[in-house]
Design a protein around this ligand. Structure first.
Ligand SMILES: *Cc1c(COP(=O)(O)O)cnc(C)c1O
Length: 403
């Protein structure tokens, strides 16, 4: 039996889908369910009512692939896109998204400001000086710089804490040739903490005080504050538009279960069993001999590791789905391989070549990014962002289990 299982792994197809849209085993692949992204956006739009949805597709859409995610989000009802960097905005424009408004939320160097304004993307400012710089960039580009003035109501990152300074920036944006005041914004620090001692409410109140008089005089100004957590938590934070990222991808902003909010995870992550080998009591696997078999068992080797974004923190601290069952990751996660304990009865089950699911479903079992995040002491955002460029993103069907 051992000899058969030890035989060279049978060749498995590369990243490909069969007729049912099911991913065939491949070294390591992330399948992206664009329809799930669209449905999540439709769900968020229904929740937002009259407020618009801005889909945040920064960091390659939280690891999902920006072009795919942006197209799916727009088809699901999002009317805006947001990114963090000038380059991300340029990529979306190059992908043919030349009409949709794109907000670049991050800080910009002079060169990045010129690129952003040149691409017709919106920039965030909070001082009269920045309004002037945007006007200069617009003059060079022969376009209009579209501005969102940011008040820092407590996040402590970009924006000014001084509402008078923000109001002066608004005045400058209204008065300066070559720029347009498009929006007023802030960002919450604790929207995802439901027991946040009222800080969320304080930020909301400070923002209300800032936008009230400006909105009264300039009703066309787009007011936006909420991220995913704020949208799900507090209607008063919806304003004219909400900037949602994590929920768009079907992950839970509160880190528990996306099902709680009717969200569908859009990303699944699969590998396969490249080798099955017997491990006798006392034999070890992996660097440092961290795993030493306490019983005779069979190990499966999956050809991916932290070089793919399967973190070293998952050493002895994660499960994967194989043949519809949860099996534990044992020993140290290497750069290119992990080992799992298939159990003493694995021989003869023909597991060489079987699909292994790191995130996603097999049969009735499911592993979420939230589960992996809990195990690694991080957040779901970092799990999907951390899936490396070595892992191809291919279209997939999240609801259908891989077998
Ligand atoms: C990333 C980001 C968002 C989206 O946050 P989610 O929690 O993913 O919904 C919204 N606004 C700003 C300023 C951001 O940086």
């Amino acid at each position: 039996m051992g000899a058969a299982e030890d035989a060279a792994p049978r060749r498995v197809a590369g990243a490909a889908l069969d007729a049912d849209g099911v991913a065939r085993p491949s070294r390591a692949v992330a399948t992206i369910d664009a329809a799930a992204i669209a449905r999540n956006c439709a769900q968020l739009c229904a929740h937002l009512g009259a407020s618009k949805l801005c889909a945040v597709v920064k960091a390659d859409a939280y690891g999902h692939g920006a072009a795919t995610a942006a197209g799916a989000a727009l088809s699901g009802g999002a009317q805006w896109l947001a990114v963090a960097t000038a380059q991300e905005a340029l990529s979306l424009r190059a992908d043919g998204l030349d009409q949709v408004p794109i907000l670049v939320m991050g800080a910009l160097t002079d060169a990045e400001l010129a690129l952003t304004v040149g691409a017709g993307a919106d920039v965030v400012v909070w001082s009269e000086r920045q309004v002037q710089e945007a006007a200069e960039a617009a003059a060079v580009a022969g376009s209009v710089a579209r501005l969102h003035v940011k008040l820092d109501t407590g996040m402590g990152r970009l924006g000014t804490r001084d509402s008078a300074e923000a109001t002066r920036a608004v005045g400058a944006a209204l008065a300066t040739h070559g720029v347009a005041l498009v929006g007023l914004m802030t960002h919450f620090a604790t929207a995802d903490e439901r027991d946040d001692d009222g800080f969320f409410g304080e930020q909301l109140a400070a923002f209300d005080r800032f936008v009230g008089p400006i909105k009264a005089e300039h009703p066309q100004t787009l007011v936006h504050a909420a991220n995913s957590a704020a949208v799900l938590r507090e209607r008063r934070a919806h304003f004219d538009m909400a900037r949602c990222g994590i929920a768009v991808y079907g992950m839970d902003p509160f880190g528990s279960d996306p099902d709680d909010h009717g969200l569908e995870p859009a990303l699944a992550w699969h590998s396969y069993v490249a080798a099955v080998k017997q491990c006798r009591v006392g034999q070890s696997a992996g660097y440092g001999r961290r795993f030493i078999a306490q019983r005779d068992t069979w190990l499966g080797v999956l050809p991916l590791g932290y070089g793919d974004g399967f973190r070293r923190a998952f050493s002895d601290n994660a499960e994967v789905l194989i043949d519809g069952c949860r099996v534990p990751v044992v020993g140290t996660v290497s750069m290119d391989n992990i080992t799992v304990d298939l159990g003493p009865d694995a021989a003869g089950r023909g597991l060489v070549g079987a699909a292994a699911t790191l995130i996603g479903r097999q049969g009735s079992e499911r592993i979420t990014a939230e589960e992996l995040a809990r195990r690694a002491g991080t957040i779901n955002y970092e799990i999907t962002c951390g899936i490396s460029g070595r892992v191809p993103r291919i279209p997939g069907h999240g609801r259908k289990a891989v077998r």
